[in-house]
Design a protein around this ligand. Structure first.
Ligand code: ZN
Ligand code: ZN
Length: 351
């Protein structure tokens, strides 16, 4: 057992963040201790900081759920992982016992927040620390050609991958992605790797839209410059509409637009979260035969697929990482991410 202290970011309660010395976590028999090498800041970390996350948070908590590092200790029931292995850690472990967990939908665990359930960085301590304890079933080995930063980014992309696995992507489909943030950009890269035809990225800032271009988007639409994404998509598809829209923004108007730009029998994947009432004309959904699917987090081993695609060069996760900070500057890093200082996309902290 490793004893001693480590540096960690602890959120005691909303807007009470402290970087301080805490005990190194003690692992259980089915867990490993990971020396954290990279951990990404996610929109949900900001919600945990602000007290606006729409589900249970175990304050005081060490946040951080997009974590990669090196195993330094293994529990006695751990199979297939050894000290020295480089790993990315999937945050959702679920309870392993409920109906959803049993079929691999552990991000929809019905026992969320109860004893026996765990989601790293939400209901148990996460990766904004020098060390983190993680169950072996959440570990994914990182190939030697992937950096720890890419490993952390892969966890984030697991959310995009799970969404695409659930909604399905057919070869050659016309796909629109709304919102060129980390989830939108990785959705674009993954959709292309899965065989997308024409891809359109809709956003409001050229810095991010140009990243989409670098990741292979065929058409960019900047709504802030007055471009109407529905009109653009209809023109590009001879008035038929897109096969699939992936919406990663929290804007109700963009959800309404998503339905309008879909073809008959089209699909809408919702990865962005809004709690605002959203103006949808149900008749349009029925008459056009639209499928709307929301997905949460990464499940069904999506992270394994992301790592395989990144390692084999089918997707480039490095392009999405714009800022890195040491753990001592993590509170500043949160601020940079939240206030968009210097236009960050993915901010990674390296303990
Ligand atoms: Zn996240
Ligand atoms: Zn469960």
């Amino acid at each position: 057992m490793m004893n001693g202290k480590m540096k960690a970011l602890v959120i005691y309660k909303p807007n009470d963040l402290r970087v301080e010395e805490v005990d190194i976590p003690k692992i259980k028999d089915d867990e490993v201790l990971v020396k954290v090498e990279a951990v990404g800041i996610c929109g949900s970390d900001i919600e945990i900081k602000n007290g606006t996350y729409p589900d249970y948070i175990a304050y005081p908590i060490i946040p951080g759920h997009e974590t990669a590092g090196t195993i330094v200790e293994v529990g006695k029931n751990v199979l297939g992982f050894r000290v020295g292995d480089r790993v990315a850690i999937e945050p959702h472990a679920g309870c392993g016992q409920c109906k959803n967990c049993k079929v691999g939908y552990y991000s929809y665990c019905v026992n969320y927040g109860k004893p026996g359930h765990r989601t790293l960085g939400f209901t148990v301590n996460g990766g904004f620390a020098e060390y983190v304890a993680a169950p072996a079933r959440n570990l994914h080995k990182l190939p030697s050609n992937m950096s720890f930063e890419e490993g952390a980014m892969a966890v984030s992309a697991g959310t995009s991958m799970f969404g695409l696995m659930e909604i399905g992507v057919d070869a050659g489909e016309f796909i629109v992605i709304i919102g060129p943030g980390p989830i939108g950009l990785t959705s674009l890269a993954l959709a292309k790797a899965l065989g997308a035809g024409t891809t359109v990225m809709v956003g409001t800032r050229w810095s991010r839209l140009n990243l989409a271009k670098a990741l292979g988007a065929d058409v960019l639409v900047n709504v802030r410059e007055g471009q109407d994404p529905v009109k653009v998509v209809m023109e590009l598809t001879d008035g038929l509409g897109a096969d699939l829209v992936i919406n990663t923004t929290p804007s109700p108007e963009s959800v309404a637009q998503s339905v309008k730009m879909l073809r008959r029998n089209g699909r809408l994947l919702m990865l962005g979260i809004t709690w605002e009432p959203t103006p949808l004309v149900l008749g349009e959904i029925v008459v056009k035969g639209i499928t709307i699917k929301g997905t949460r987090g990464e499940a069904r081993n999506a992270l394994e697929r992301v790592i395989s695609l990144a390692s084999s060069g089918k997707i480039d996760l490095k392009k999405v990482i714009t800022h890195t900070f040491p753990l001592s500057e993590v509170i500043h890093a949160f601020e940079v991410f939240e206030k968009r200082v210097g236009d960050p996309v993915k901010v990674v902290v390296k303990p």
